[in-house]
Ligand binder design. Structure first.
Ligand SMILES: [Zn+2]
Length: 382
């Protein structure tokens, strides 16, 4: 397969890209004319909730706590088929936008039982030709990983198909003890850990303690922290010290601009704080920073369409991340270039530049996974 006359990130001019055997064989200057299409590494969205996407509550959430309260009824009412349908819809939308890899949290607790994990693993199988889906067994506020039942449930979730484990740190009675319990289990089970942390604004700042725990366990590069909003309002010296530790621990930090803009500092007046983690300082320090979708049209966030270009756009205007390479790495899990020899997970965007791509976020897009076109049908249906 040849993709003709495309612009590539970080390169001047137009190129023809030849693909065979699932990888890029050659990239040569194009003689075909003026390029109007941009070829990018396919997107990897590292923070989603496939089990709850599209499930809205009775009213718009007034705060993070209000959303957490409302989601209980939504979770109790959902059947496994409901959840399967939501996950499939989310995977279809993600794929149509150019995502070939995603990570989704899946609730595990006594409220939902195994319905979400069963449904999302089934959806993962259904989309295995299209998407690499990684599942985080997500111990909610109703499942304390310190307890014997909690530990058993997390271990069973890994046996049942979860690839990683995590929890929502601030909603546990003893947040640090619960995150330490997850780290203990991650070491025991041989999986990586992924945390929701510091999403309660400046009232709680736990990231430094989590990072210290990862460093003392030598879990370098094996832990992800999402949200990290309190880092933006922590005293500057505390923030700087924590960011240096995050870099040392090679902890991935996922900023979620849409969700944080929507819920952080929400009240009866216009918000004064943006909520987004201090991504520029982290990028400068060498922390692997990613930008994710998080919730899509659900109790926590009524908008969104699983489009990483939208996450990049929001990261750019809210975090003032202007650098193309940093934005691409943020939505392509560290990749920012299209190069010979790389696996042909690619997306063609009908835009003449990266700037135009995030400004217009045009559809449809042509998506290749391991050199095979995967999204014609979804795009045709739009
Ligand atoms: Zn989340």
């Amino acid at each position: 397969m040849r993709i003709e006359c495309v612009v590539l990130p970080g390169a001047k001019g137009a190129f023809d890209v030849d693909i065979a055997g699932g990888s890029i064989q050659s990239i040569t200057p194009s003689l075909s004319g003026d390029p109007v299409r941009l070829l990018l590494p396919a997107f990897v969205d590292l923070h989603m909730h496939a089990d709850r996407a599209y499930a809205q509550g009775p009213r718009a959430a007034r705060s993070l706590e209000d959303a957490v309260e409302q989601v209980e009824a939504v979770k109790r009412a959902a059947t496994e088929e409901d959840i399967f349908g939501r996950a499939c819809k989310l995977f279809r939308r993600a794929s149509a936008h150019g995502t070939t890899g995603l990570r989704t949290h899946v609730d595990i607790d006594p409220v939902v039982g195994w319905k979400p994990l069963n449904a999302v693993t089934r959806a993962r199988r259904q989309f295995e030709e299209v998407l690499d889906v990684s599942i985080v067994a997500f111990a909610t506020a109703h499942l304390d990983p310190r307890s014997a039942a909690g530990r058993r449930t997390v271990a069973e979730a890994v046996a049942g198909g979860a690839d990683m484990i995590g929890t929502v740190v601030p909603f546990h009675e003893d947040p640090i003890a619960s995150s330490n319990a997850i780290l203990d289990l991650a070491e025991e089970l041989g999986v990586d850990a992924d945390f929701h942390i510091d999403e309660k604004g400046e009232s709680q700042f736990l990231l430094e303690e989590l990072t210290d725990a990862c460093l003392s366990r030598k879990m370098h590069g094996r832990v992800t922290a999402s949200h990290c909003c309190a880092l933006a309002t922590a005293p500057p010296e505390d923030a700087a010290r924590t960011i240096a530790k995050l870099a040392e621990a090679r902890m991935t930090v996922i900023a979620l601009p849409a969700l944080n803009l929507h819920l952080q500092d929400r009240g009866i007046i216009t918000p004064r704080r943006r909520g987004i983690a201090p991504v520029r300082e982290m990028l400068d320090a060498g922390v692997p920073v990613r930008f994710g979708s998080d919730n899509v049209m659900d109790v926590f966030y009524p908008y969104g369409d699983a489009d990483p270009l939208e996450a990049a756009f929001l990261a750019s205007i809210t975090g003032h991340v202007d650098d193309e390479t940093a934005l691409l790495r943020g939505v392509c899990n560290g990749r920012s270039r299209v190069e010979e020899g790389m696996v042909a997970n690619l997306v063609v965007v009908e835009a003449a530049s990266w700037n135009e791509a995030i400004a217009r976020r045009p559809l449809p897009r042509t998506v290749l996974r391991r050199g095979r076109r995967v999204t014609e049908e979804e795009n045709d249906q739009r």
